[in-house]
Ligand binder design. Structure first.
Ligand SMILES: Nc1ncnc2c1ncn2[C@@H]1O[C@H](COP(=O)(O)OP(=O)(O)OP(=O)(O)O)[C@@H](O)[C@H]1O
Ligand SMILES: [Mg+2]
Length: 500
C-alpha cells in the first residue's frame, strides 16, 4: 500500500462458506487508490470468491466491508457497479450473440433524448476505445464469431474503460499473447497513475511480480502473506502458495529445456499441405505414437483453426489428413472421433455441464464414445472417483455440481473425461490455462502417462511455458504457416518467442 494514503477498500475478517465448504476464513484485505494489488494462490484457494464478494456477486458473507471509510453492504453487482467497482471474471462473461459495440457498452448504451440507443455513435465510440487499446476489429461484428483471445481482450477493454475506480481482473491474461499482455500492463499502469485501484489475479508469478505494487497470497481460504512486490521473489511466493517442502515444483522452463532425440515410433497422425482461407497456409506435420507434439504461436497464428480441422469442426480448403496411414476426410466431429481423435478445446465451458454433478461430466465422453456400453450410475460414479483421485480434483466429491468447483479444477474435469478410454490421438488446446503450479504439474504428469501408453498427443498453446513443459518436439506457427521446428535440441523460452 502506498505510504500515507488511507485505504479505499478495507475488508476485515471476511468468512464465506458454500454449504459445507468453507471458501474463505478470516480474510483481512486492504486496497488503496493508485495501487496495483496482485493476488495469488492455488486453484480453489478462494481468490475468485473474495473478488465476487467485492463485486457484489456474493451478498452473503460475514465480516466487515468498508468502502471510503464507511461500512457498506452490496446487495447485487449493480450496487457494486454504482459504487465504481468493475470486474473481469475468470470465465469469459461476454454476450456472444451481441455485437462487439453492444458488448463494450453493455448496460450503459448511449441513448438520445427520447431514450433510443444511438447505434452509430455506439459503434464509433466502441471502435475508438478498442483501437486505443490496440484492438482492430469491426464494432458491428458478432462477438461470438471472434477468437476467444480477442473476446477476452474486448471484455478487458470494456472494464478498463468503464470509468470504475476499483478494477478487478481475475486471470485476464490466460488467452493473451505476450505483446497483448504488455499492452494490458501499460494500460493498467496508466490507470493506476491516474488514481484507480486495481486487483490483479494470475497464476503467472512473473507477471504478478512485474505489475503489482503489493502481493497477497491465499492458501486454503486463508491469507498467508501480504508483501511489497519489490521485497519478494518467485520462489518465496510459490512456497507461500503451496506450503513448505515443495520448492521442487518451481517450473523448469525458466532454464533451457532439452528436447529428446527424434522419435522413431510409427506416425499416427499426418497432416499434409493443410490450407484454409485467411488462416492456414500449407501446414504439414506428423505426430508419432508416444510423442507430444507442441504447436506454439501467438494468438491468431492459426492454431485454433488447425485444432478445429483435426477435430472435424472445420474443413480445410486444401490438404489432407492421415490417421494410422489411412487418408481421412472428416465431415463432422463424429467422423474425427471414430478415427480415434479426441479434442479438449480452449473454451472448456462449451464442453462441460455446469449444472450437472462432476461424475456425469467425467463419464459423458465414455457414454458418447462407446454408445453400446451401458453404465449404471454406481459405475459412473466409481469411474469418476478414480479420475478425481488421480487428478487430485478438489473438493473430491463427485456428487457436487461442476459449477461449484474452482476454475482450475473444472479444467481438470475436462481432461479427466478422456482418461478412461484413451483415444489414438489427443488434441489439447491450452491444457493448463488458468492452473496453478501444483495443478499444472498434475496435468503434466497425466499427459506424460498418456504418452507412455502410446497415444500421439498434440498440444496447442499460446503459452511458451505450456509447450516447453510438455512437448517432445515443437513446431511454431506464424500467420498460418509452420515457420520453425525444434527437435532434439536445447530450447529456451526466449528462442521460442523469437521464432514466433
Ligand atoms: N458457487 C459455489 N458453490 C459452492 N462452492 C463454491 C462456489 N464457488 C466456489 N466454491 C468453492 O470455494 C472454494 C474457493 O473457490 P474459488 O473459485 O474462490 O477459488 P480460486 O482461488 O479462484 O481458484 P482458481 O485458481 O481455480 O480459480 C473452492 O473450494 C470452490 O470449490
Ligand atoms: Mg478463480
Amino acid at each position: 500500500m502506498p505510504q500515507g494514503s488511507s485505504p479505499l477498500l478495507e475488508l476485515t475478517q471476511i468468512t464465506k462458506a458454500f454449504g459445507g465448504v468453507e471458501a474463505l476464513r478470516g480474510i483481512d484485505f486492504a486496497l488503496s487508490p493508485g495501487e496495483i494489488h496482485g493476488l495469488v494462490g492455488e486453484n480453489g484457494a478462494g481468490k475468485s470468491t473474495l473478488m465476487k464478494i467485492i463485486a457484489g456477486v456474493h451478498p452473503e458473507f460475514s465480516g466487515r466491508f468498508m468502502l471510503d471509510g464507511r461500512e457498506t453492504r452490496f446487495r447485487s453487482t449493480r450496487d457494486a457497479r454504482a459504487a465504481g467497482i468493475a470486474m473481469v471474471h475468470q470465465e469469459l462473461s461476454v454476450a456472444p450473440d451481441l455485437s462487439v459495440a453492444e458488448n463494450v457498452f453493455l448496460g450503459v448504451q448511449p441513448t438520445n433524448a427520447l431514450g433510443f440507443v444511438q447505434w452509430r455513435r455506439m459503434a464509433r465510440e466502441a471502435g475508438e476505445q478498442l483501437s486505443r487499446f490496440g484492438i482492430d476489429v469491426d464494432p458491428t461484428a458478432r462477438l461470438g464469431d471472434l477468437p476467444i483471445g480477442l473476446q477476452q481482450l474486448i471484455e478487458i477493454a470494456r472494464v478498463l474503460f468503464s470509468g470504475a475506480r476499483i478494477i478487478i481482473l481475475d486471470e485476464p491474461t490466460s488467452a493473451l499473447s505476450p505483446p497483448e499482455v504488455e499492452r494490458l500492463f501499460a494500460t493498467l499502469r496508466r490507470l493506476r497513475d491516474a488514481g484507480s485501484a486495481i486487483i490483479f489475479i494470475s497464476h503467472f508469478i512473473e507477471d504478478i511480480l512485474g505489475i503489482s505494487d503489493t502481493v497477497t497470497v491465499f492458501r486454503n481460504g486463508r491469507k498467508v502473506m501480504d508483501t511489497a512486490a519489490g521485497a519478494t521473489i518467485k520462489a518465496t511466493l510459490i512456497e507461500a502458495m503451496i506450503g513448505k517442502g515443495r520448492e521442487a515444483l518451481e517450473e523448469t522452463y525458466t532454464h533451457d529445456v532439452a528436447l529428446p532425440a527424434p522419435s522413431e515410433t510409427p506416425v499416427v497422425l499426418e497432416a499434409s499441405g493443410l490450407s484454409l482461407a485467411r488462416s492456414l497456409n500449407d501446414v504439414s506435420f506428423q505426430a508419432r505414437a508416444g510423442e507430444v507434439l507442441g504447436v506454439y504461436g501467438f494468438m491468431g497464428c492459426g492454431q485454433l483453426e488447425l485444432a478445429r480441422i483435426l477435430f472435424g469442426k472445420l474443413k480445410p480448403d486444401r490438404g489432407q489428413l492421415q490417421v494410422a496411414g489411412e487418408t481421412k476426410a472428416f465431415g463432422s466431429t463424429a467422423d474425427a472421433r471414430r478415427a480415434g481423435i479426441a479434442f479438449v478445446p480452449e473454451s472448456r465451458r462449451a464442453m462441460l455441464f455446469h449444472q450437472e454433478p462432476v461424475y456425469k461430466n467425467v463419464s459423458i465422453s465414455i457414454l458418447d464414445r462407446i454408445s453400446s456400453l451401458w453404465l449404471k450410475p454406481s459405475q459412473e460414479r466409481e469411474i469418476a472417483m478414480r479420475q478425481v483421485e488421480q487428478l487430485q480434483i478438489r473438493p473430491s466429491a463427485v456428487e457436487l455440481d461442476l459449477g461449484m468447483l474452482s476454475g482450475g479444477n473444472q479444467q481438470k474435469v475436462a481432461l479427466a473425461k478422456w482418461l478412461t478410454f484413451p483415444p489414438r490421438v489427443l488434441v489439447l488446446c491450452e491444457p493448463t490455462r488458468g492452473m496453478d503450479v501444483g495443478a499444472k504439474n498434475d496435468v503434466i504428469h497425466i499427459i506424460r502417462h498418456l504418452r507412455e501408453q502410446g497415444l500421439a498427443i498434440v498440444v496447442l498453446s499460446t503459452e511458451p511455458e505450456t509447450v516447453l513443459s510438455l512437448a517432445d518436439r515443437i513446431i511454431v506457427l506464424k500467420r498460418g504457416a509452420v515457420v520453425r521446428e525444434f527437435t532434439g535440441e536445447k530450447i529456451s523460452k526466449d528462442r521460442l518467442l523469437e521464432a514466433a
